[in-house]
Write a protein that binds this ligand. Sequence first.
Ligand SMILES: Nc1ncnc2c1ncn2[C@@H]1O[C@H](COP(=O)(O)OP(=O)(O)OP(=O)(O)O)[C@@H](O)[C@H]1O
Ligand SMILES: O=P(O)(O)OC[C@H]1O[C@H](OP(=O)(O)OP(=O)(O)O)[C@H](O)[C@@H]1O
Length: 314
Amino acid sequence: MTSLGLTDADVLSGRLLFAIPKKGRLYEKCLSLLAGADIQFRRHARLDVCLVLNHPIALVFLPASDIPSFVGKGNVDLGITGHDVILEAEMEEHVTEVLRLNFGKCSLKVQVPEHSPIQSVEDLAGKRIVTSFEVLAGKYFKAMDERLGLTGEEGKEKTQIEYVGGSVEAACSLGLADGIVDLVESGDTMRAAGLHAIADLLHTEAVLIKSTRPKPNRPADLEANISLVTSRIAGVIAASKYVLCQYNVPRDKLSAAIALTPGRRAPTVSPLEEAGWAAVSSMVEKKSIARIMDDLVRVGAEDVLTFTLDNCRV
Ligand SMILES: Nc1ncnc2c1ncn2[C@@H]1O[C@H](COP(=O)(O)OP(=O)(O)OP(=O)(O)O)[C@@H](O)[C@H]1O
Ligand SMILES: O=P(O)(O)OC[C@H]1O[C@H](OP(=O)(O)OP(=O)(O)O)[C@H](O)[C@@H]1O
């Protein structure tokens, strides 16, 4: 860091500090988000702090699990991490979730071996759990122990929670645990390890966060910069959720067609050179577009086209 002078307070002062996961599941998606928001940087190999070339921002690359406390304590101004990570770090009162980012979606689940006699969380209470989420799993099973009267006396043992940093899914087959608490997205890891889920603790996705107590003496234009970054990232996220749909439709079928594509505010309807026809342009949610195209054709629309959006402000 010294060679670029990045530890020099003068270099960073006046800049919005923005924490990005340095590796793992969220890393690549964060890089696409920064590119989509035109936040340009050149990261020097092995350096975890780098200056943004076209804005008064410095990016700080950190483990996702450290980002809630860096933001919550006001050491950095903005960050991206998982909602689950914020709860595990017990930082929910110290950070504000400014935006949901529509990636990093998964669930934290209690899992046991498929052929285990343990088939419910009540069966699992009082036994051994291995997890990387010791706080969340601890709170969940503490409540369960209390409900079931597991006080720690002989014959009423409390649930034991043991932390591991990774490969949690291997714990049951290695004989270390009766059940695990881990993230599930596609379920491939869980099934490959011969496990199945018996309870959901929470659903999570990546979020943009800022501190509820920013440090004093931060740059005067900090809030304006936070708003700029937030609205650019919101634009990239919205663009990834919508497509632009265009089609031609006979005027007598127009109302049926625009009922299918009402747009965010209203569709744009333009006359076609051919009498009795209109052209329609409208934003449509990507997840529904295939069904809506089928329905448009069914009501008489022709030449139905869709365009992906690179960016937008909506
Ligand atoms: N399979 C997944 N699908 C979607 N999001 C996930 C998945 N696994 C993890 N995440 C999200 O990414 C966050 C970071 O998880 P990840 O496993 O990448 O952690 P890491 O410890 O930073 O990286 P690594 O596992 O490479 O050491 C999780 O807390 C969760 O919010
Ligand atoms: O349901 P799936 O799509 O299989 O995803 C779930 C897996 O993803 C995460 O681990 P990751 O692969 O990031 O590696 P890790 O075990 O090193 O954390 C998580 O801990 C699960 O193991």
